[in-house]
Ligand binder design. Structure first.
Ligand code: HSE
Length: 419
């Protein structure tokens, strides 16, 4: 039987991992590997006759059935994928940035040309979350998604928390292990998580998510001392991506948050990812696994290829599991009611707590616990407060006013709490 022909565009870490699996499994035939750099040795040997710097040669080769796009970025990846679809080739991609920003156009092109597009490796590395959502959650039962979906950020915060490493050294280690994006700011500024939660929530809620409407906050401002105070209060700080449906509105945000040590997500450490779903009928469910790294991600790509190669291509395969049938409005983050961790840096003298709590009280914010440390830090002491549920808008109004007081020495730190 004729083997399915594969054309790979992008010979980076994941591409090399995919080739290792293809060579081992021998189920499909690798016809071409395109990359601008075909000279640098990789972690896998490839017959030189398969290497090309010309992606169009791959896109136009009639013996290729599936194009695997692993180059990342928006252009020229978008053009290559659209050309592949127009040429009636199925596509497998891990390109989260592209799908989050131009997914509707790409999925429409796949439908128009009656070909498949699989993208398991775009979210959660080796966790089969996309297939699970596409195949097994077809009702509108899911009400919220809470994810740790950036391995690099989770790795950094875990190393800071468990090994007291500095942010910079943990980031360097993540880069050395190949977890981080080529531009690591995509990881640590929360953009990679935003791309991934946009993809997940567009499948779950069947609505188009505009990236500009997602609230995004990275992890750069998280310090060892906040991790330590959170720990004293019974929490860990995790890089979360969240999508909650609230009636006809969707609350989508990415930010670090305190979660209770009792929560299943609290023990998801290092480069592991987890996607925690809540629904009216399903209750609570968590998908857990390696979220980044060469072989887990390459395995997801390979499984997508085998999934397509096993389909009956003669059938009319109109793909309708990525259509936007609902139209949810995005909820402003300022409208959310959450609990908050706030760290003030204040002078150590009588009356300070009364001034701070007076302003919080006027802004309708009530406090559940306070820790005041006597350790002097450049003339200031840290005061840590946990609040009851409060409106985010009120928190920011209060903190703006408090930070103007002359008893406050540095900008206060606010971290949301997700229960
Ligand atoms: N840089 C990404 C991460 C790779 O750290 O999660 C996997 O998408």
């Amino acid at each position: 039987m004729k083997k399915v022909g594969i054309g790979l565009i992008g010979f980076g870490t994941i591409g090399a991992g995919l080739i290792k699996i293809i060579q081992q499994e021998k189920q499909v035939e690798l016809k071409y590997v395109a990359d601008l750099d075909i000279a640098t040795p990789r972690s896998v040997e490839v017959n030189k006759s398969l290497l090309t710097t010309d992606a169009n040669r791959v896109l136009n080769d009639p013996s290729i059935d599936i194009i695997v796009e692993l180059m990342g970025g928006i252009q020229p990846a978008k053009k290559f994928i659209l050309d592949a679809l127009k040429n009636k080739k199925h596509v497998v991609t891990a390109n989260k940035a592209l799908l989050a920003t131009h997914g509707d156009e790409i999925f429409q092109a796949a439908k128009d040309n009656n070909v498949y597009i699989n993208f398991e490796a775009s979210v959660g590395g080796g966790i089969p979350i996309i297939k699970a959502l596409r195949d097994s959650f077809r009702s509108s039962d899911i009400t919220s998604v809470l994810g740790i979906i950036n391995g690099t950020s989770n790795f950094i915060l875990s190393k800071m928390s468990l090994e007291k490493q500095t942010f910079a050294s943990a980031l360097k280690e993540a880069q050395g292990s190949g977890y981080a994006e080529a531009d690591a700011s995509l990881d640590i500024d929360g953009i990679d998580s935003a791309h991934k939660i946009a993809i997940l929530s567009s499948i779950i809620y069947r609505t188009r998510i505009d990236m500009d409407h997602i609230y995004v906050e990275g992890i750069k401002h998280i310090t060892l001392e906040d991790i330590q105070y959170a720990e004293e209060l019974g929490y860990v700080i995790k890089p979360l991506a969240i999508a909650n449906r609230d009636g006809n509105r969707l609350d989508v945000r990415v930010h670090p948050a305190l979660i209770s040590k009792e929560h299943s997500l609290s023990s998801v450490s290092d480069v592991y990812n987890a996607i925690y779903l809540c629904g009216n009928s399903i209750g609570k469910m968590m998908f857990y696994g390696l979220g980044a790294g060469q072989m887990p991600t390459a395995n997801a790509v390979y499984s997508d290829i085998i999934d397509i190669s096993g389909k009956t291509w003669t059938e009319s395969s109109v793909i309708d599991d990525y259509s936007f049938t609902s139209c949810l409005d995005i909820k402003e983050t300022a409208e959310n009611r959450l609990r908050y961790y706030i760290r003030f840096s204040a002078v150590d003298k009588p009356g300070v707590l009364a001034k701070i709590s007076g302003i919080l009280g006027r802004c309708k914010i009530s406090i559940t616990s306070v820790i005041q440390k006597d350790r002097k830090q450049r003339g200031a002491v840290p005061i840590i407060m946990m609040t009851h549920e409060a409106k985010e808008k009120d928190i920011y109004t209060a903190i703006r006013e408090i930070d103007k007081l002359d008893i406050i020495k540095r900008k206060s730190v606010i971290i949301r709490v997700e229960d």
